[in-house]
Design a protein around this ligand. Structure first.
Ligand code: GTP
Ligand code: MG
Length: 392
């Protein structure tokens, strides 16, 4: 069964919770794993397999945000991790950055996946603003490590994710946000593994990371009932995960997954694609896949992974550029490297010529009684009385 070659691994509390919400159809679903040091989080997760790591490091507890402990815990149990990843073609990892297990164990799992020959995609959440600067900084550092080791990193900003849900109570907000994220991950799986008329393959995913900054953003939306296609695309493009449309305008690559039931029509696919292409720039490459799921009758889910153009870092010039040797010596000797440099002389500001002044004029006061103060005629302008020069 093709689906069996893709595994979805949730690491740490956030990862275990999100992966646990994934639809797990016994035949068609991916194998889901929850990996954590914390036994409580493992007990709560509904992942297919639950793997405790680092018992000797944390004695079954969390790490309290200690990335080093998270890493050690994973390194202690690499045998369990390698066994979990055996024969996998693609490993999709889900984790919350800023957490000790999410930040520390994730690079170890990705390294093991690479060693096992699997392609890797990582969905990582970035902390909420209210979690503070320290956690944000820890997450940014974790990101650096992931970029080095993962084929494609898909970033999900918790702030935006939580803005995009309707619930108001804290439990409902978390549940809804995690379900949006887990169905996004699931639709990536569906596009890659399930029968569909327009399929994506691993090469599309790999291209995502090579054509972009190596880091993509995630957006998802869905709709049901009448006009579901236009509603779903509208809500995808204008939602907070798409930065109210700004992200779509900046996109250079957009990988779109359309999941519908057997009632999904070509007209609906056309409506969705029209909505996308009228929003993104003409240079943006759109890769689309659809899949049909019997359980999706009457609804459409869209999931987008959006990449911005890879930024070329400017090279820092450390050497003095050499003047090419002239092919025509008659034109004169080559300039010395110093002479070849652009002149660093500061340009002189143009100076205004000295203005000629009427040194005698009482101007429009010439016909009135002079106002004399301390022997000076106050009706004569001061600069004339004092013999001042006016220069710019
Ligand atoms: N979307 C989402 N994000 C979460 C959830 N729980 C935690 N997070 C985010 O993930 C980050 C890491 O939290 P956890 O996953 O609980 O941390 P951990 O990896 O288990 O590590 P420790 O508990 O520190 O050992 C937090 O800072 C939050 O930003 C969740 O249920 N959903
Ligand atoms: Mg935890």
């Amino acid at each position: 069964m093709i689906g069996r070659k893709i595994s979805v691994v949730g690491i740490g509390g956030a990862g275990a919770r999100i992966v646990g919400q994934m639809p797990s159809d016994a035949d068609d679903g991916p194998i889901t794993f929850a990996v954590d040091t914390d036994t409580c989080s493992l007990v709560e997760s509904s992942a297919t397999e639950r793997i405790q790591i680092g018992e000797v490091v944390t004695a079954g507890f969390g790490t309290g945000g200690d990335t080093q402990q998270g890493r050690e815990a994973a390194e202690h149990d690499t045998a369990k991790i390698l066994a979990m990843l055996e024969n996998m073609e693609l490993v999709v990892v889900v984790a919350g950055l800023g957490g000790g297990v999410g930040g520390g164990a994730t690079p170890v799992v990705l390294g093991a996946a690479q060693e096992a020959g699997a392609a890797t995609v990582c969905f990582v959440t970035l902390p909420f603003d209210f979690e503070g600067a320290q956690r944000k900084a820890a997450a940014a550092k974790d990101m650096e490590a992931l970029r080095e080791i993962c084929d494609t990193v898909v970033v999900v900003r918790n702030n935006s994710l939580f803005e995009s849900v309707d619930s108001r109570d804290i439990a409902g907000v978390f549940k809804e946000a995690d379900s949006l994220l887990s169905s996004g991950v699931y639709s990536l799986y569906q596009m890659l593994a399930l029968p569909g008329y327009l399929r994506l393959d691993l090469a599309d995913l790999r291209r995502l990371s090579s054509d972009t900054k190596g880091e993509c953003l995630f957006a998802a939306a869905g709709a049901e009932g009448e006009d579901r296609a236009s509603k779903a695309v509208e809500s995808l493009l204008t939602g907070s995960l798409m930065e109210q449309g700004k992200l779509a305008e900046r996109a250079r690559l957009l990988m779109l997954s359309i999941v519908g039931g057997p009632d999904l029509t070509l007209k609906e696919i056309g409506q969705i694609m029209d909505g996308i292409s009228s929003t993104v720039r003409p240079q943006c490459r759109v890769v689309m896949g659809t899949s049909v799921d019997d359980g999706w009758i009457g609804r459409i889910s869209l999931m987008a992974i959006v990449g911005e153009k890879r930024k070329v870092r400017p090279q820092v010039e450390t050497e003095i550029p050499q003047q090419p040797v002239s092919e025509h010596p008659a034109e004169g000797p080559p300039l010395s490297p110093i002479a070849a440099q652009p002149s660093k002389k500061r340009k002189r500001r143009p100076r205004q010529e000295r203005l000629k002044l009427e040194a005698s004029g009482r101007g429009r006061f010439k016909d009135v009684e002079p106002t004399i103060l301390d022997g000076e005629d106050m009706d004569v302008p001061t600069f004339i009385r004092r013999g001042m020069r006016i220069e710019k």
